[in-house]
Design a protein around this ligand. Structure first.
Ligand SMILES: [Zn+2]
Length: 238
């Protein structure tokens, strides 16, 4: 662990803001919504970005586990650490991962998300982040469709860019994604503590071992092109 942290300090010290080229003037206040399937997804895949941009107004929608008292309590505590507002829904999240009706996912998002324009909306990749959780894929797909049909408006949409080599390793940020943000040691540690302290995952858990040291996103600025990609069910966005 000590050796690993030493490596981390040397390799990953970088200014988060300098890495965000797409939204100019990243330090000024912007409105951003993050729409995820489960409590902890917001932290795992985008927590460093949120912590690194504290002047932004973040609103986090979590679609599942609203009636799971323990996980809901942890989610709202995580929101406080992330200095974000947010809300939970209660979509089915059974272990059998039964596919949900597309309209139900979309309507749940619309019922939870404040009706306003956002500078940025971030969500799951329709291809998921690891092999495999169908709620992640359904969430990302619903967000893109709502953006395309104008029921949700945002200057741009970012979807998570992670892969696990088909379960060969823990999910890793994709290095050639449109946005690749290397976290500073301090920001990564704060994110790691949300996973281990706030959510209570052990150091040896899948979640703690995954907690990415960099965060990557595919940046989408044109919903028409994105829908074409989605309809062709391309495996990679470039
Ligand atoms: Zn999840």
């Amino acid at each position: 662990m000590v050796e690993w942290l030493f490596l981390f300090t040397n390799k990953y010290e970088a200014d988060l803001m300098n890495n965000i080229s797409s939204l100019q003037d990243a330090k000024s206040s912007k409105t951003a919504a993050l729409i995820v399937a489960h409590p902890d997804d917001e932290t795992l895949w985008a927590g460093g970005t949120i912590l690194g941009l504290p002047k932004w107004q973040w609103y986090i929608v979590c679609l599942c586990r609203g009636s799971d008292k323990e996980r809901a309590r942890k989610f709202y505590r995580a929101l406080r650490v992330l200095k974000s507002d947010g809300i939970m829904g209660d979509l089915d999240d059974g272990p059998e991962q039964k596919p949900l009706d597309e309209n139900e996912v979309q309507n749940t998002i619309l019922s939870l998300l404040p009706k306003r324009h956002f500078d940025l909306i971030i969500s799951h990749n329709p291809n998921g982040e690891y092999t495999r959780h169908i709620r992640h894929e359904e969430t990302g797909t619903a967000v893109i469709k709502l953006w395309d049909n104008g029921l949700m408006t945002a200057k741009e949409v970012w979807i998570f860019a992670y892969e696990d080599g088909g379960k060969a390793y823990h999910p890793r940020p994709i290095e050639d994604a449109s946005i690749y943000i290397t976290l500073t040691k301090n920001i990564w540690l704060r994110k790691y503590h949300i996973i281990t302290d706030t959510y209570g995952f052990q150091n040896t858990s899948y979640e703690a071992r995954t907690t990415p040291k960099a965060e990557a996103f595919w940046q989408l600025t044109n919903s028409y092109d994105t829908m074409n990609w989605l309809n062709q069910s391309g495996k990679e966005i470039n």
